[in-house]
Design a protein around this ligand. Sequence first.
Ligand code: ADP
Length: 222
Amino acid sequence: MPSPWYPSAEVEPVKIVIFGPPGSGKGTYASRLSKRLGIPHISTGDLVREEIRNQTPLGKAIEKYSSSGTLVPDEIITEILKKRLASELLKGFILEGYPRTVGQAMELEKITKVDTVVNLNVPDSVIVDRLSARLQCKTCGTIYNEKTLKPRIPGKCDKCGGELFRRVDDQPEVIRERLKVYREASEPIVNFYWSKNLLKDIRNDDPNVDPERVVDQIMKLI
Ligand code: ADP
């Protein structure tokens, strides 16, 4: 039989990395972008917190890194990511929180290709302000801010009614450590992706910016 008339090539899934310092809004933008594009949002920070919450053997082993604002070793976090990513490779994804070292960026290349890396540039003053006012839903993970993105009912999630909590690593001294780790271990990733022509920059100096407007900007870049 001759081949049918319809095209055999499948539509390529979109694979996006959202990169930026802690408190740059990665999680907030990634989850909104995931809804607009209809592809999963994968956050290694959330995967780490889930392992810790469930007190799995892995969770117990990595708790000390997360609560002190230091990085989980590359081999461990890459295994956690691979497990989660396996089912999404055909659908595409918005990946956030990984890679965080050049070593992880090289590991990701072995797992899958990436189409675009969105690099969020935010001044340290905005970061510290934002993280010290951040709240997150225990049940669905939605992020709020006591000053700029308040829930309708204090302490309760607008979406699912879940309880809001403050992350243990959102205290001033841990925030400072996370920023230091970002400058030393994560920032070199900017050059890695820039040299591969994958990097798209977003500047975000306004602490009160509406997240949907930033997502509009990201949509134009991808
Ligand atoms: P942030 O708001 O600092 O960007 P995340 O929620 O992404 O934080 O991650 C929380 C913590 O989980 C990190 O401080 C780190 O200990 C661990 N973690 C998450 N992703 C990675 C990664 N790719 N490599 C190493 N550690 C990670």
